[in-house]
Ligand binder design. Structure first.
Ligand SMILES: NC(=O)c1ccc[n+]([C@@H]2O[C@H](COP(=O)([O-])OP(=O)(O)OC[C@H]3O[C@@H](n4cnc5c(N)ncnc54)[C@H](O)[C@@H]3O)[C@@H](O)[C@H]2O)c1
Ligand SMILES: O=C(O)CC[C@@H](O)C(=O)O
Length: 337
């Protein structure tokens, strides 16, 4: 008989369940974590729960889980887990902080290029039978200033990739290291300069009390009218109502969004604007990222439950695709106890 019950509450790579059941001590139960009554009932008998971004592990969920020892987030952002409440309850919280950063960075770059050249709009027009070349004149990236908000793992990967497009890259991140920025060819600036100068702005911050609404009414009145904004970090960092107003009034030129204040989000006034392109939180949606995220989250659960060490091999493929300079200054996957 298995010693531990582990819930998988969001759709994870099958590798997660494979890792968890490896030594026979764990019974895996799959539940739909977005169905609240089902989640709360299942948590009653759970020793651990693995989530992506859809399932909320808040104080109510923690209170329903008397046996819970660990919450593992198969990805980066921990805004769907109440880390403070978990810590108070003696529940360990782990994430997989570098698992999906390459995928997320590539998606941000894809959105930025698509925004610059109206790719989704031109594709849609052609499918409608319209050869509307003059409607879709774009802009070059070369020589333009890219402002990176948050020069952590993903911001650094995006900066490096877009520097290769001959963009001038500046970044605002009060915690970033000058040498790290310099090695990437990035100049650190204050927020005021970044807002005033950027032709493209890409957001790579965590959602916290300090970053919620950072790009709001005030910031959006200090930018150039030809600014294009990409947010593939978290909804709510860019205020959606203020973004709508800025786009509608021609105070900025366009926006590309992967994330929303409320998700799922299928009905936003922003989707009606011609200069907005949008994807449904796809930054981490590649098999490569999901395999790493699921595997690393499962390894963290096993480590927390059984004390079984994490094999080196699990981390090896990822380290080889994330530059040392990006990997170095960041915290360990186990976030809080
Ligand atoms: N779209 C997706 O699918 C997807 C995938 C992965 C991550 N994300 C989001 O991207 C975010 C960033 O991920 P990461 O791996 O780069 O995180 P990270 O922790 O490596 O980097 C975040 C950076 O933001 C900086 N920062 C924090 N507060 C700031 C502030 N007020 N002003 C300026 N800089 C500030 C930090 O110093 C850090 O360098 C995650 O928190 C997550 O929400 C989205
Ligand atoms: O699980 C996902 O697909 C989203 C993950 C991403 O937003 C993250 O923060 O890691």
């Amino acid at each position: 008989m298995s010693q531990y019950v582990v819930l998988i509450a969001d759709a994870l790579s099958p590798h997660a369940a494979e890792v968890l059941t490896r030594d026979g001590s764990v019974e895996v139960r799959h539940v739909d974590g977005t169905d609240r009554p089902t989640l709360l009932a299942a948590l009653a008998g759970a020793d651990a729960v693995l989530v992506r971004s859809a399932t909320r592990i808040d104080a109510e969920a923690l209170a329903a889980a008397p046996r819970l020892k660990v919450v593992a987030r198969a990805g980066v952002g921990l805004d769907n887990v109440d880390v403070t409440a978990a810590t108070a309850a003696g529940v360990l919280v782990a994430n997989a902080p570098a698992s999906n950063v390459v995928s997320a960075a590539e998606h941000a770059v894809a959105l930025l290029l698509a925004l610059a050249r109206h790719v989704p709009q031109a594709h849609a027009a052609l499918r409608d039978g319209r050869w509307a070349r003059s409607s879709f004149t774009g802009v070059e990236l070369a020589g333009k200033t890219l402002g990176v908000l948050g020069l952590g793992r993903i911001g650094s990967l995006v900066a490096r990739r877009l520097a290769a497009f001959d963009m001038e890259v500046i970044a605002y991140d009060p915690y970033a290291d000058e040498e790290h920025a310099h090695a990437l060819g990035v100049r650190l600036t204050g927020l005021d300069e970044l807002l005033a100068r950027a032709r493209f702005l890409t957001v790579h911050l965590p959602l916290t009390e300090g970053t919620a609404g950072l790009i709001g009414s005030d910031a959006l009145r200090r930018v150039r009218p030809d600014l294009r904004i990409v947010n593939a970090a978290r909804g709510g960092i860019v205020d959606e109502q203020e973004l709508y107003a800025a786009l509608k009034e021609g105070r900025i030129a366009g926006a590309a969004l992967d994330v929303y204040a409320q998700e799922p989000c299928t009905d936003s006034p922003l989707f009606e604007l011609d200069n907005v392109i949008a994807t449904p939180h796809l930054g981490a949606s590649t098999p490569e990222a999901q395999e790493r995220a699921g595997t690393q989250a499962a390894e963290s659960v096993l480590l927390a439950l059984t004390g079984m060490p994490v094999p080196e091999a699990v981390n090896a493929p990822l380290v080889s695709c994330v530059p040392d300079a990006v990997d170095a200054p960041l915290e360990s996957p186990v976030h809080a106890l």
